[in-house]
Design a protein around this ligand. Sequence first.
Ligand code: PLP
Length: 405
Amino acid sequence: MTTETVTALEAQHVLQTYKRQSVVFVRGEGTRLFDADGRAYLDFISGIGVVVLGHAHPGLAAVIADQARTLVHTSNLYYHPLQGQLAARLSALSGLQRAFFCNSGTEAVEACLKFARRFWYSQGVTNRTAYVALEHGFAGRTMGALSVTANAHYRDPFGPLIPGVTFVAPDDIAGLEAAVTPSTAALIAEPIQGEGGVRPLSPEFAAAIARVTKTTGTLLIADEVQCGLGRTGHSFHYQSFGWTPDLVTVGKAIGSGIPIGAALVGEHVATQIFAGDHGTTYGGNLLSTRAALYVLAQLEALKPHIAEMGMLFEQRLQDLQRQHPLIISVRGAGLMRGLELAVDAQPVVDAALKAGLLVNRTAERVVRMLPPLTVTKTELEEAIGVLDGALASVKVKGSTVEMRA
Ligand SMILES: *Cc1c(COP(=O)(O)O)cnc(C)c1O
């Protein structure tokens, strides 16, 4: 198997919805990935914030293998020994009483959008069906999640989407107050907008969201798919704002690579949801819940490490900013970081890949970094060194950027 044979076969038979980097990873170990030619890379994107324990984690591999030998899947027709345990653990972390298990972040968003409408409908309020979402926000690509995703590039080819969604700029408090009306079922927001360019909500705007949703009774859905579960040092990033959301989405990190998601539901909402209202064949099966229980058990012990590495990461990125006028801002929290550039981020991402560091471009001008939460100080320093070189290799010419020969 070579890079050429793999890419040629994909080009023929895989639907071309992704613009992939020209590299085939065949093996991983901790923060390292190895390509088909045996070359090592430092992985600072970790499957887009998913592989939080690092690649081929021996403990996770052991519990997955053990569960695979025991029982993988039985469906949601029957009780199983692990869903209650995982739901209780998520409840302890979030303060929300119940969990609905699904297979991805998008499905968690879909579930929350449905539960929010059901909450009002169950109480005989049939006109609260609208949603408020934020500009630069991302919630997924299915019809519902896409309807509360701002990016026109993702939306426009697929209309008409769910009607009654109003987008508010994430610093426009007056706009927020105007957008939430008596017909609003719920407001959905990412505490740190990930795909939108690693943009944390300002404390003022976060406080306005809490106030407006509370005074109008509008349900608050915190989309924690990317920023949640330790990524920023908090169990959930909304906790840093003092929010008490009614619904919370969980995805990406929870299985460290085994697909699982969850919608966390406050008890006042849960009492308005009934058997048959929602469901999934795979959601929370034995294999994925076993993996998630293991991941969450590791998370608590990792928190001091995340705090320490997050602080170091921020300092080093700020050092880079002082050396490279190309960097407009260093954004994010903990181990969720973005470098906002004055130019398109792709040449920097490409140069980093060539030098053996995986990062990604989002919102055009942002270099996004989501390393495994187990990343070491040495690996952080190494990544900063590579970024330094990658930034130096692109020079600004007017508004265009080109690689130096
Ligand atoms: C990635 C993401 C989603 C979608 O999750 P998938 O696992 O891709 O379905 C939803 N919301 C946010 C904030 C995300 O970052």
